[in-house]
Design a protein around this ligand. Sequence first.
Ligand SMILES: Cc1ncc(COP(=O)(O)O)c(C=O)c1O
Length: 396
Amino acid sequence: MNPDGRFGGFGGCYAPETLIAPLEQLESTWHAARSDPAFLAELDTALATFAGRPTPLHHAARLSRELGCELWLKREDLLHTGAHKINNAIGQCLLARRMGKRRIVAETGAGQHGVATAAACAHLGLECVVYMGVVDAERQRPNVLRMELLGARVERVTAGQQTLKDAVNAALRDWAGDPIGTHYCLGSALGPHPFPSIVASFHEVIGREARAQWNTVGTRAAGRLPDVVVACVGGGSNAIGIFRAFLDEPSVALVGVEAGGRGIASGEHAARFAGGSPGVLHGTRTYLLQDSQGQIRPTHSVSAGLDYPAVGPEHAALHESGRARYVTATDGEALDAFERLARSEGILPALESAHAIGWIVREAPSLRGQRVLVNLSGRGDKDLDTVARLRAGAPA
Ligand SMILES: Cc1ncc(COP(=O)(O)O)c(C=O)c1O
Protein backbone atom coordinates (compact mmCIF):
# COMPACT_ATOMS: atom_id res chain seq x y z
CA MET A 1 0.00 0.00 0.00
CA ASN A 2 1.15 3.56 -0.72
CA PRO A 3 0.89 6.18 2.04
CA ASP A 4 -2.22 7.61 0.35
CA GLY A 5 -4.00 4.29 0.69
CA ARG A 6 -3.59 3.03 -2.88
CA PHE A 7 -3.06 -0.59 -3.77
CA GLY A 8 -1.71 -0.30 -7.32
CA GLY A 9 -4.41 1.57 -9.20
CA PHE A 10 -7.07 0.84 -6.56
CA GLY A 11 -8.16 2.20 -3.18
CA GLY A 12 -7.74 5.87 -2.30
CA CYS A 13 -10.04 8.16 -0.38
CA TYR A 14 -13.08 9.39 -2.37
CA ALA A 15 -14.93 10.80 0.61
CA PRO A 16 -17.10 13.89 1.15
CA GLU A 17 -15.37 16.89 2.72
CA THR A 18 -17.13 16.43 6.10
CA LEU A 19 -15.47 13.02 6.49
CA ILE A 20 -11.91 13.98 5.61
CA ALA A 21 -11.05 15.27 9.11
CA PRO A 22 -12.42 12.17 10.95
CA LEU A 23 -10.68 9.88 8.43
CA GLU A 24 -7.39 11.69 9.07
CA GLN A 25 -7.95 11.47 12.82
CA LEU A 26 -8.63 7.74 12.47
CA GLU A 27 -5.45 7.22 10.47
CA SER A 28 -3.21 9.10 12.90
CA THR A 29 -4.81 7.35 15.91
CA TRP A 30 -4.28 3.96 14.27
CA HIS A 31 -0.63 4.72 13.47
CA ALA A 32 0.02 5.75 17.07
CA ALA A 33 -1.90 2.78 18.50
CA ARG A 34 -0.01 0.22 16.38
CA SER A 35 3.23 1.06 18.10
CA ASP A 36 1.77 1.60 21.57
CA PRO A 37 2.47 -1.47 23.75
CA ALA A 38 -0.46 -0.57 26.05
CA PHE A 39 -2.94 -0.57 23.11
CA LEU A 40 -1.52 -3.81 21.69
CA ALA A 41 -1.68 -5.49 25.11
CA GLU A 42 -5.31 -4.42 25.57
CA LEU A 43 -6.16 -5.69 22.07
CA ASP A 44 -4.41 -9.03 22.68
CA THR A 45 -6.19 -9.50 26.00
CA ALA A 46 -9.60 -8.74 24.50
CA LEU A 47 -8.93 -11.12 21.60
CA ALA A 48 -7.83 -13.86 23.98
CA THR A 49 -10.29 -13.58 26.86
CA PHE A 50 -13.34 -12.00 25.19
CA ALA A 51 -13.17 -13.22 21.58
CA GLY A 52 -11.56 -16.62 22.19
CA ARG A 53 -8.27 -16.47 20.23
CA PRO A 54 -6.31 -18.37 19.16
CA THR A 55 -8.76 -20.35 17.05
CA PRO A 56 -7.70 -23.92 16.24
CA LEU A 57 -6.48 -25.29 12.94
CA HIS A 58 -8.54 -28.41 12.26
CA HIS A 59 -7.64 -31.24 9.91
CA ALA A 60 -10.87 -32.17 8.11
CA ALA A 61 -9.85 -35.83 7.93
CA ARG A 62 -13.07 -37.38 6.62
CA LEU A 63 -13.74 -34.73 3.99
CA SER A 64 -10.05 -34.91 2.96
CA ARG A 65 -10.42 -38.63 2.33
CA GLU A 66 -13.62 -38.09 0.35
CA LEU A 67 -12.08 -35.33 -1.81
CA GLY A 68 -8.55 -36.70 -2.22
CA CYS A 69 -6.79 -33.59 -0.90
CA GLU A 70 -5.54 -32.63 2.58
CA LEU A 71 -7.98 -30.06 3.89
CA TRP A 72 -7.30 -27.88 6.93
CA LEU A 73 -9.85 -25.47 8.41
CA LYS A 74 -8.91 -22.29 10.27
CA ARG A 75 -11.76 -22.26 12.76
CA GLU A 76 -12.81 -18.59 12.90
CA ASP A 77 -16.34 -19.99 13.31
CA LEU A 78 -15.43 -20.80 16.90
CA LEU A 79 -14.90 -17.16 17.85
CA HIS A 80 -17.28 -15.34 20.20
CA THR A 81 -20.30 -14.06 18.20
CA GLY A 82 -19.66 -16.68 15.52
CA ALA A 83 -17.34 -15.19 12.91
CA HIS A 84 -14.02 -13.48 12.20
CA LYS A 85 -15.77 -10.07 12.34
CA ILE A 86 -15.05 -9.72 16.08
CA ASN A 87 -11.29 -9.26 15.40
CA ASN A 88 -11.95 -5.97 13.62
CA ALA A 89 -14.90 -4.86 15.78
CA ILE A 90 -12.83 -5.03 18.98
CA GLY A 91 -9.89 -3.29 17.31
CA GLN A 92 -11.93 -0.41 15.92
CA CYS A 93 -13.94 0.07 19.14
CA LEU A 94 -10.66 0.35 21.05
CA LEU A 95 -9.51 2.96 18.50
CA ALA A 96 -12.81 4.84 18.94
CA ARG A 97 -12.32 4.93 22.69
CA ARG A 98 -8.77 6.19 22.17
CA MET A 99 -10.23 9.03 20.04
CA GLY A 100 -12.69 9.87 22.84
CA LYS A 101 -15.71 8.77 20.77
CA ARG A 102 -18.50 7.08 22.69
CA ARG A 103 -21.00 6.39 19.91
CA ILE A 104 -20.41 3.69 17.27
CA VAL A 105 -22.33 3.16 14.06
CA ALA A 106 -21.93 0.08 11.89
CA GLU A 107 -23.47 -1.50 8.82
CA THR A 108 -24.25 -5.17 8.59
CA GLY A 109 -25.36 -7.65 5.93
CA ALA A 110 -25.27 -11.12 7.42
CA GLY A 111 -25.58 -9.57 10.85
CA GLN A 112 -22.21 -10.96 11.97
CA HIS A 113 -20.43 -7.61 11.89
CA GLY A 114 -23.42 -6.02 13.61
CA VAL A 115 -23.43 -8.64 16.38
CA ALA A 116 -19.64 -8.40 16.77
CA THR A 117 -19.81 -4.59 17.02
CA ALA A 118 -22.74 -4.72 19.45
CA ALA A 119 -20.80 -7.17 21.64
CA ALA A 120 -17.60 -5.09 21.49
CA CYS A 121 -19.59 -1.96 22.41
CA ALA A 122 -21.26 -3.69 25.34
CA HIS A 123 -17.85 -4.95 26.46
CA LEU A 124 -16.34 -1.45 26.31
CA GLY A 125 -19.39 0.55 27.43
CA LEU A 126 -20.05 2.31 24.09
CA GLU A 127 -23.37 3.24 22.47
CA CYS A 128 -24.09 1.21 19.32
CA VAL A 129 -26.37 1.78 16.30
CA VAL A 130 -26.39 -0.82 13.51
CA TYR A 131 -27.84 -0.18 10.04
CA MET A 132 -29.24 -3.25 8.28
CA GLY A 133 -31.28 -3.57 5.08
CA VAL A 134 -34.82 -4.86 5.59
CA VAL A 135 -34.15 -7.87 3.32
CA ASP A 136 -31.10 -8.85 5.36
CA ALA A 137 -32.89 -8.21 8.68
CA GLU A 138 -35.53 -10.70 7.53
CA ARG A 139 -33.15 -13.43 6.30
CA GLN A 140 -30.80 -13.09 9.31
CA ARG A 141 -33.51 -12.59 11.96
CA PRO A 142 -31.69 -14.34 14.85
CA ASN A 143 -28.83 -11.85 14.52
CA VAL A 144 -31.22 -8.88 14.82
CA LEU A 145 -32.41 -10.21 18.17
CA ARG A 146 -28.80 -10.84 19.24
CA MET A 147 -27.81 -7.24 18.46
CA GLU A 148 -30.81 -5.88 20.36
CA LEU A 149 -30.11 -8.12 23.36
CA LEU A 150 -26.54 -6.82 23.35
CA GLY A 151 -27.93 -3.29 23.72
CA ALA A 152 -27.59 -2.06 20.12
CA ARG A 153 -30.29 -0.15 18.23
CA VAL A 154 -30.94 -1.81 14.88
CA GLU A 155 -32.00 0.69 12.20
CA ARG A 156 -33.76 -1.10 9.34
CA VAL A 157 -32.88 0.45 5.98
CA THR A 158 -35.70 0.60 3.44
CA ALA A 159 -33.79 2.34 0.60
CA GLY A 160 -32.57 0.65 -2.59
CA GLN A 161 -32.28 -3.13 -2.61
CA GLN A 162 -32.50 -3.09 1.20
CA THR A 163 -29.24 -5.02 1.56
CA LEU A 164 -25.63 -4.32 2.51
CA LYS A 165 -24.88 -1.47 0.05
CA ASP A 166 -27.88 0.47 1.35
CA ALA A 167 -26.85 -0.16 4.96
CA VAL A 168 -23.36 1.25 4.19
CA ASN A 169 -24.96 4.37 2.66
CA ALA A 170 -27.08 4.89 5.78
CA ALA A 171 -24.13 4.39 8.16
CA LEU A 172 -21.97 6.84 6.18
CA ARG A 173 -24.80 9.41 6.27
CA ASP A 174 -25.12 9.01 10.05
CA TRP A 175 -21.35 9.42 10.51
CA ALA A 176 -21.27 12.54 8.33
CA GLY A 177 -23.96 14.01 10.64
CA ASP A 178 -21.79 13.60 13.77
CA PRO A 179 -18.16 13.08 12.72
CA ILE A 180 -16.80 14.29 16.06
CA GLY A 181 -18.79 12.20 18.56
CA THR A 182 -19.33 9.09 16.41
CA HIS A 183 -16.99 6.48 14.93
CA TYR A 184 -18.06 4.44 11.92
CA CYS A 185 -16.89 0.88 12.59
CA LEU A 186 -16.76 -0.36 8.98
CA GLY A 187 -17.06 -4.13 8.78
CA SER A 188 -14.91 -5.16 5.83
CA ALA A 189 -11.66 -4.23 4.07
CA LEU A 190 -13.53 -1.61 2.07
CA GLY A 191 -14.37 2.07 1.98
CA PRO A 192 -12.15 5.14 1.91
CA HIS A 193 -8.56 5.04 3.18
CA PRO A 194 -7.60 4.19 5.92
CA PHE A 195 -10.41 1.62 6.41
CA PRO A 196 -9.16 -1.11 4.02
CA SER A 197 -5.74 -1.08 5.70
CA ILE A 198 -7.05 -0.86 9.26
CA VAL A 199 -9.56 -3.67 8.82
CA ALA A 200 -6.97 -5.90 7.11
CA SER A 201 -4.46 -5.24 9.88
CA PHE A 202 -6.94 -6.32 12.57
CA HIS A 203 -7.55 -9.58 10.66
CA GLU A 204 -3.87 -10.36 9.99
CA VAL A 205 -4.00 -12.37 13.22
CA ILE A 206 -5.88 -15.09 11.29
CA GLY A 207 -3.03 -15.74 8.85
CA ARG A 208 -0.33 -15.21 11.48
CA GLU A 209 -1.86 -17.86 13.73
CA ALA A 210 -2.66 -20.24 10.87
CA ARG A 211 0.90 -20.12 9.56
CA ALA A 212 2.41 -20.75 12.99
CA GLN A 213 -0.09 -23.56 13.64
CA TRP A 214 0.61 -25.05 10.24
CA ASN A 215 4.16 -25.77 11.33
CA THR A 216 3.14 -27.48 14.53
CA VAL A 217 -0.02 -29.42 13.73
CA GLY A 218 1.80 -32.64 12.98
CA THR A 219 4.29 -34.22 10.71
CA ARG A 220 1.93 -34.33 7.74
CA ALA A 221 1.87 -30.58 7.38
CA ALA A 222 5.11 -29.55 9.05
CA GLY A 223 7.92 -28.20 6.94
CA ARG A 224 5.86 -27.51 3.87
CA LEU A 225 3.55 -24.60 3.33
CA PRO A 226 0.00 -25.10 2.10
CA ASP A 227 -0.29 -25.46 -1.67
CA VAL A 228 -3.51 -23.45 -1.74
CA VAL A 229 -5.14 -20.98 0.68
CA VAL A 230 -8.86 -20.46 0.08
CA ALA A 231 -11.35 -17.96 1.55
CA CYS A 232 -14.74 -16.56 0.62
CA VAL A 233 -14.78 -12.90 -0.45
CA GLY A 234 -17.57 -10.47 0.38
CA GLY A 235 -15.81 -7.17 1.03
CA GLY A 236 -12.72 -9.28 1.52
CA SER A 237 -11.74 -9.00 5.20
CA ASN A 238 -11.44 -12.67 6.16
CA ALA A 239 -9.66 -13.42 2.89
CA ILE A 240 -7.10 -10.63 3.22
CA GLY A 241 -6.59 -11.61 6.87
CA ILE A 242 -5.39 -15.07 5.88
CA PHE A 243 -3.81 -14.17 2.50
CA ARG A 244 -1.43 -11.57 3.93
CA ALA A 245 0.58 -14.23 5.78
CA PHE A 246 1.34 -15.97 2.47
CA LEU A 247 1.65 -13.08 -0.02
CA ASP A 248 5.44 -13.39 -0.14
CA GLU A 249 5.39 -17.15 -0.69
CA PRO A 250 5.02 -17.68 -4.45
CA SER A 251 4.52 -21.43 -4.01
CA VAL A 252 1.24 -20.78 -2.16
CA ALA A 253 -1.74 -20.21 -4.48
CA LEU A 254 -4.30 -17.75 -3.08
CA VAL A 255 -7.92 -18.29 -4.09
CA GLY A 256 -10.81 -15.96 -3.23
CA VAL A 257 -14.33 -17.30 -3.74
CA GLU A 258 -17.07 -14.83 -4.64
CA ALA A 259 -20.82 -15.40 -4.70
CA GLY A 260 -21.79 -16.89 -8.05
CA GLY A 261 -25.47 -16.68 -7.05
CA ARG A 262 -27.67 -18.25 -9.74
CA GLY A 263 -24.70 -18.41 -12.14
CA ILE A 264 -22.69 -15.69 -13.88
CA ALA A 265 -24.71 -16.01 -17.09
CA SER A 266 -27.95 -15.29 -15.18
CA GLY A 267 -26.62 -11.86 -14.12
CA GLU A 268 -27.90 -12.67 -10.61
CA HIS A 269 -24.72 -12.92 -8.57
CA ALA A 270 -22.20 -10.84 -6.62
CA ALA A 271 -19.10 -11.79 -8.66
CA ARG A 272 -17.27 -8.50 -9.01
CA PHE A 273 -14.29 -9.96 -10.87
CA ALA A 274 -16.17 -12.30 -13.18
CA GLY A 275 -18.93 -9.80 -13.92
CA GLY A 276 -17.66 -6.33 -12.97
CA SER A 277 -15.20 -3.59 -13.90
CA PRO A 278 -13.22 -0.87 -12.07
CA GLY A 279 -15.10 2.12 -10.65
CA VAL A 280 -15.66 4.04 -7.40
CA LEU A 281 -18.13 3.05 -4.67
CA HIS A 282 -18.26 3.98 -0.98
CA GLY A 283 -15.05 5.96 -1.12
CA THR A 284 -12.73 3.51 -2.86
CA ARG A 285 -11.70 2.62 -6.42
CA THR A 286 -12.13 -1.08 -6.99
CA TYR A 287 -13.94 -3.73 -9.02
CA LEU A 288 -17.71 -3.16 -9.03
CA LEU A 289 -20.88 -4.48 -10.54
CA GLN A 290 -22.07 -1.51 -12.59
CA ASP A 291 -23.88 -0.80 -15.83
CA SER A 292 -22.49 1.14 -18.79
CA GLN A 293 -23.57 4.43 -17.13
CA GLY A 294 -21.71 3.59 -13.90
CA GLN A 295 -24.96 2.85 -12.01
CA ILE A 296 -24.57 0.07 -9.45
CA ARG A 297 -26.19 -3.17 -10.59
CA PRO A 298 -28.38 -5.22 -8.23
CA THR A 299 -26.64 -8.21 -6.68
CA HIS A 300 -27.85 -11.60 -5.57
CA SER A 301 -26.47 -14.24 -3.23
CA VAL A 302 -28.04 -16.78 -0.94
CA SER A 303 -25.50 -15.48 1.52
CA ALA A 304 -26.15 -11.97 2.89
CA GLY A 305 -22.48 -11.44 3.78
CA LEU A 306 -21.33 -11.86 0.16
CA ASP A 307 -24.19 -9.85 -1.35
CA TYR A 308 -22.35 -6.58 -2.06
CA PRO A 309 -21.49 -4.94 -5.41
CA ALA A 310 -17.86 -3.96 -4.61
CA VAL A 311 -14.80 -5.81 -3.38
CA GLY A 312 -11.98 -4.51 -1.17
CA PRO A 313 -9.33 -2.59 -3.18
CA GLU A 314 -6.41 -4.78 -2.05
CA HIS A 315 -8.15 -7.74 -3.70
CA ALA A 316 -8.57 -5.69 -6.89
CA ALA A 317 -4.80 -5.15 -6.90
CA LEU A 318 -4.08 -8.84 -6.16
CA HIS A 319 -6.38 -9.78 -9.03
CA GLU A 320 -4.69 -7.44 -11.49
CA SER A 321 -1.19 -8.53 -10.45
CA GLY A 322 -2.25 -12.17 -10.71
CA ARG A 323 -1.01 -12.93 -7.16
CA ALA A 324 -4.47 -14.14 -6.16
CA ARG A 325 -7.13 -15.82 -8.24
CA TYR A 326 -10.83 -15.03 -7.82
CA VAL A 327 -13.39 -17.69 -8.60
CA THR A 328 -17.06 -18.28 -7.80
CA ALA A 329 -19.36 -20.82 -6.17
CA THR A 330 -23.08 -20.74 -6.85
CA ASP A 331 -25.90 -20.68 -4.29
CA GLY A 332 -26.48 -24.37 -4.95
CA GLU A 333 -22.82 -25.31 -4.53
CA ALA A 334 -22.69 -23.38 -1.26
CA LEU A 335 -25.78 -25.12 0.05
CA ASP A 336 -24.42 -28.56 -0.91
CA ALA A 337 -21.12 -27.70 0.78
CA PHE A 338 -22.97 -26.56 3.91
CA GLU A 339 -24.61 -29.98 4.18
CA ARG A 340 -21.45 -31.86 3.20
CA LEU A 341 -19.27 -30.23 5.88
CA ALA A 342 -22.00 -30.80 8.45
CA ARG A 343 -22.18 -34.53 7.73
CA SER A 344 -18.50 -35.21 7.07
CA GLU A 345 -16.98 -33.10 9.80
CA GLY A 346 -19.73 -32.22 12.28
CA ILE A 347 -19.38 -28.51 11.50
CA LEU A 348 -22.20 -26.22 10.30
CA PRO A 349 -20.43 -23.43 8.39
CA ALA A 350 -21.84 -19.98 7.66
CA LEU A 351 -23.26 -19.89 4.13
CA GLU A 352 -20.50 -17.37 3.31
CA SER A 353 -17.77 -19.83 4.34
CA ALA A 354 -19.66 -22.64 2.57
CA HIS A 355 -18.82 -20.89 -0.73
CA ALA A 356 -15.12 -21.56 -0.09
CA ILE A 357 -15.85 -25.23 0.67
CA GLY A 358 -18.15 -25.39 -2.38
CA TRP A 359 -15.32 -24.31 -4.69
CA ILE A 360 -13.00 -26.92 -3.15
CA VAL A 361 -15.58 -29.68 -3.62
CA ARG A 362 -16.10 -28.67 -7.27
CA GLU A 363 -12.38 -28.42 -7.96
CA ALA A 364 -11.42 -31.54 -5.98
CA PRO A 365 -10.16 -33.43 -9.08
CA SER A 366 -7.61 -30.68 -9.78
CA LEU A 367 -6.65 -30.41 -6.08
CA ARG A 368 -5.77 -34.12 -5.68
CA GLY A 369 -2.89 -34.64 -3.25
CA GLN A 370 -2.63 -30.91 -2.46
CA ARG A 371 -2.59 -29.31 0.98
CA VAL A 372 -5.48 -26.89 1.16
CA LEU A 373 -5.93 -24.36 3.95
CA VAL A 374 -9.38 -22.79 4.10
CA ASN A 375 -10.53 -19.95 6.29
CA LEU A 376 -13.78 -21.09 7.86
CA SER A 377 -14.92 -17.53 8.49
CA GLY A 378 -18.09 -18.19 10.48
CA ARG A 379 -20.62 -20.65 11.84
CA GLY A 380 -23.97 -21.47 10.32
CA ASP A 381 -26.39 -20.95 13.21
CA LYS A 382 -27.60 -17.67 11.67
CA ASP A 383 -28.39 -19.47 8.40
CA LEU A 384 -30.59 -22.27 9.69
CA ASP A 385 -33.85 -20.55 8.63
CA THR A 386 -32.48 -19.95 5.12
CA VAL A 387 -31.21 -23.51 4.80
CA ALA A 388 -34.53 -24.91 6.04
CA ARG A 389 -36.42 -22.86 3.43
CA LEU A 390 -34.08 -23.91 0.64
CA ARG A 391 -34.32 -27.57 1.62
CA ALA A 392 -38.10 -27.19 1.48
CA GLY A 393 -37.72 -26.07 -2.15
CA ALA A 394 -37.98 -22.29 -1.83
CA PRO A 395 -35.95 -20.28 -4.38
CA ALA A 396 -32.58 -18.98 -3.11
C1 LIG B 1 -19.24 -15.53 8.29
C2 LIG B 1 -18.90 -14.52 7.27
N1 LIG B 1 -17.94 -14.79 6.38
C3 LIG B 1 -17.59 -13.91 5.42
C4 LIG B 1 -18.25 -12.70 5.29
C5 LIG B 1 -17.85 -11.78 4.19
O1 LIG B 1 -17.14 -10.67 4.62
P1 LIG B 1 -15.61 -10.50 4.33
O2 LIG B 1 -15.40 -10.71 2.88
O3 LIG B 1 -15.33 -9.10 4.75
O4 LIG B 1 -14.85 -11.50 5.14
C6 LIG B 1 -19.26 -12.36 6.21
C7 LIG B 1 -19.95 -11.06 6.11
O5 LIG B 1 -20.88 -10.78 6.80
C8 LIG B 1 -19.60 -13.30 7.21
O6 LIG B 1 -20.57 -13.05 8.11
